[in-house]
Design a protein around this ligand. Sequence first.
Ligand code: 3NM
Length: 210
Amino acid sequence: MTPLSRLYAILDTSCFIGQPALLEAARELIAAGVSLIQYRDKSGDSQIILARASELLEQSRTGVSAPHGLRLIMNDRADLCVAAEFDGVHVGQDDISAGSARKIVGSGRWVGVSTHNPEQVIAADRTSADYIAIGPVFTTGSKSNPDPVVGIAGVRRVRELTRKPLVAIGGITRANCNEVIEAGADSVAVISDLIRDPRKSAEEFLRILG
Ligand code: 3NM
């Protein structure tokens, strides 16, 4: 796979009042130069997820300024990733396995997997996943029932366990993103610290992350 961009923006529908607000945030992220966006919709309604995802794709096709284009990743649902013509799927520990997701999305799309401890990282490393996410690094209010925080030391530790690209997630902000990268993460995934003013925040992240 091509290298992961340092900033992995996550658009979570629960953070926006209505689809127009979410699309506006996407527009701003893209204008800032963000090249990797995950669409996270925990509503559970396949038709709604697909409809919203299609609008997101449509919009992204008209606003791409990222040098390598924009990659859109579907949270949880490998089937909807393919149906929505997204570029990849991200699965959690309670979703279908990375291997099963791979069977659905094929070799041309990315598969990412969430992990929360060294054992899960070792297991994910043995799969066909393209990248591994580790978290929560810090306390987060964006996930229900989060696992225990792994901290900077946890990122450093799991960096030793895999050569796959490592995405750090959970409580990451413009103030702490550098230390997460220094601990060995290739990329930081962010929800909250991109919400208030997506364009300005994303530009600052991209500047800080170099
Ligand atoms: N997954 P914020 S933490 C979606 O630990 C998600 O796997 C996590 O949001 C994990 O940037 C998390 O607002 C929430 O902390 C990230």
